[in-house]
Every structure is written in structure tokens, then in C-alpha cells.
Design a protein around this ligand. Structure first.
Ligand code: FE2
Length: 363
């Protein structure tokens, strides 16, 4: 294992969208991200316009094509607005690319250097599930705002957003029978380890089921759970995603906060819609999870879920899909020691998802 490349952190997530200017407004007004850099016709970018949005250590890049022939336009036509690139910061992008392609990864962008007056940015990318790319970014010799072609956006306010801090994990959905192939990919090609797995017994309701395996890099900072649908009485929520995304892709992005109540209060005030939690969820909560710092009354008002493992407890909440297709959504999570993923909430969570799925006529 020692010869696998190290990963420093999530660098950014690039979304391909139909209208990046409007998406930037959405992530600013609803989720509290601040625009920090931009590229477009004004900055000499003739084919793509992008907005870099930041909060805490989270960086989203929203990109749109300026003509219909561009890959971004083709992929948005197929998937709708979606997460297309998961970028990881590494000390040496060329070495990372050579290692993973030598182990079987399919190259998408060969090692590339982009240069401007702020230095040299090195990057490369490989193919992952569906049309998703995993990109390696080496910022050691680059001091610019984000990348060449981008110009800084003037700071419009000192507002610190809604308190989103970091990316906790990124979940993908793959087709039935494909999960283990991607587990193998992360193990053999990327040097990840299997952290935990959930079978369809653990994650099933009356209607639908799924299976999940969580892959983690050696630092423990990068976690990629992978879901596949399991046959049930109705259509698995994973299958609904696959039908509307038209293939495998990123299902949800979990962002951490240090103050769940404040963050969710601000998100709700901004108009973010969350999955509805039945009020009886809170009736025997203390019996299930023991004593916690937060007021259960307040958690119930905000619809925040709680779960406990051997190491501590966590608070979590899930948004509704952030586009019209029932595909990508966000999770907000605060860990009080717990390192798990809220297994205790799976059943009530999935029942909540199925209520929405039934409203869409897809259960
Ligand atoms: Fe999650």
C-alpha cells in the first residue's frame, strides 16, 4: 500500500449546468456560497463560463458551455445539471495519474500544465463511474485565485455563509451489480480501503432497497460511499436516480457544519427544502441515542436527525433534490465524535424519500 499516492484534500467539485450564472445565484442565495472567481468571454474563455463558489473549505465550480457542441452541453442534455468532476488535491498530479493508469484507470485528461503570471497549475483526470471524472490537481507552484483563465470576483460582503465547513463524503449511485466493480476500482487503482458496508437487509423498507459500501482513502479524509439498487416491492430510490440521471453518477454531497442548528435555521430561512421527517421520529429519540447537547425540541422543529455509534453521535439532514430531475441532493452533517453515516436513520429516511418518490409517481 505504501506506494499509492497521497491525497491532501478535496480540491473542488465541478458541476456542469445549463446556466452557470443562475446556478451561482442559487448556491449563493440558498446555500450561502460566495463567488470568488469567474471565467467567461470577458476573461478570454471562449467556450466555457465558470463560477467558483466557496464556503469554509468547500469549493464548487459551476460550468456551462457557450455553444451546443461542447461536451458540457452534451452532458447537461443527458444528465441535467450534475456533478461532473470530483477534484482531489495531490502533491504530484503527474505521479498520481501515472500510478492509477498503470493500475488500470482509464485516462481522461493526460498530465497538463496551465500557466499564467501566478505560476503553474498541474492537473490530470481519469474516468470513474458513468461520465464522472476524478481529477488530480497540484497547486504547489500556483498562487492564483483558482486556475489560469479565472479572475477573482470582488468580495461583496463579509458574511460567512450558513456555516458549511468541509466536504464530509460524496456518494455515488451505480447500476445493479456494479457496486463491487467500483469497490475494486477504488481498492486496486486508488489504494482506498473498504470502511463499512450495508446490505439490503439493513437498508430496506416495505418498497425499496439498496446496498452500499463506503470507500475511504488512507488519510481517512476522503470518503466515497457507493450505492446500488436492490430488488424490492417497488422501485428503489437508487433506480429512480439512475433513470433520471440516465446512468451512474453523484447522488449526494455531504457538507459538515460545526453548528447544525444555526446552519439549518439559516438554510430554512433562505428557502432550502428538506426531506420531511415524521414527528413520531422524535418521540423516543433519547431512548435511542442517549443524551445529546442539543435541544430535541429544536431538532424536531428543524427536522434534524440524530444517530449514535460507539464513538459518539451525529446530526444530519437531507435536502430535496436541487434540480427538477430527482437526482442530486445535499446532506448537512455535524459529527460529535461519531464516524458512521447515520445507519439508525436509514429506515425513517428511506420512508421519507419514498413518500416523495410516490408523489412523483415513481415508486
Ligand atoms: Fe450521506
Amino acid at each position: 500500500m505504501s506506494d499509492f499516492f497521497p491525497i491532501l484534500r478535496f480540491d473542488h467539485l465541478e458541476f456542469y449546468v445549463g446556466n452557470a450564472r443562475q446556478a451561482a445565484g442559487f448556491y449563493e442565495k440558498f446555500f450561502g456560497f460566495k463567488p470568488t472567481a469567474h471565467r467567461g468571454l470577458e476573461t478570454g474563455s471562449r467556450k466555457v463560463a465558470s463560477y467558483v463558489m466557496e464556503q469554509g473549505t468547500i469549493r464548487l465550480v459551476l460550468s456551462t458551455a457557450l455553444n451546443s457542441e461542447h461536451t458540457i452541453a452534451e452532458q447537461v442534455l443527458k444528465h441535467g445539471d450534475h456533478v461532473a468532476v470530483v477534484a482531489l488535491e495531490v502533491p504530484d498530479a503527474v505521479a498520481a495519474y501515472r500510478q492509477v493508469t498503470a493500475r488500470g484507470a482509464i485516462g481522461a485528461i493526460p498530465p497538463t500544465r496551465a500557466e499564467d503570471e501566478f505560476g503553474v497549475l498541474r492537473y490530470a483526470a481519469i474516468h470513474a463511474y458513468g461520465d464522472v471524472l476524478i481529477k488530480f490537481v497540484d497547486r504547489q507552484d500556483y498562487r492564483g485565485v483558482f486556475a489560469p483563465e479565472f479572475q477573482p470576483q470582488p468580495a461583496v460582503s463579509t458574511d460567512r455563509g450558513v456555516g458549511l465547513q468541509a466536504i464530509d463524503h460524496i456518494v455515488s449511485n451505480v447500476e445493479l451489480g456494479e457496486m463491487d466493480r467500483w469497490v475494486q476500482f477504488f481498492t486496486d487503482t486508488m489504494g482506498f480501503q473498504l470502511l463499512i458496508q450495508f446490505d439490503d437487509q439493513a437498508i430496506s423498507t416495505q418498497y425499496s432497497a439498496l446496498m452500499s459500501k463506503v470507500m475511504r482513502d488512507r488519510s481517512g479524509r476522503i470518503k466515497f460511499p457507493i450505492n446500488e439498487p436492490a430488488p424490492g416491492q417497488g422501485k428503489s430510490q437508487i433506480q429512480e436516480y439512475l433513470d433520471y440521471h440516465q446512468g451512474p453518477g453523484i447522488q449526494h454531497i455531504a457538507c459538515s457544519t460545526r453548528n447544525m442548528i444555526e446552519t439549518v435555521t439559516k438554510l430554512r430561512q433562505a428557502g432550502v427544502q428538506f426531506l420531511h421527517v415524521p414527528s413520531n421520529y422524535y418521540q423516543d429519540l433519547t431512548a435511542r441515542v442517549g443524551n445529546i447537547d442539543e435541544s430535541i425540541e429544536r431538532l424536531a422543529e428543524l427536522g434534524i436527525l440524530v444517530d449514535r455509534d460507539q464513538e459518539g453521535y451525529l446530526l444530519q439532514i437531507f435536502t430535496q433534490p436541487v434540480e427538477d430531475r430527482p437526482t442530486l441532493f445535499f446532506e448537512i452533517i455535524q459529527r460529535h465524535g461519531a464516524s458512521s453515516f447515520g445507519e439508525g436513520n436509514f429506515k425513517s429516511l428511506f420512508e421519507a424519500i419514498e413518500r416523495e418518490q410516490a408523489l412523483r409517481g415513481n415508486l
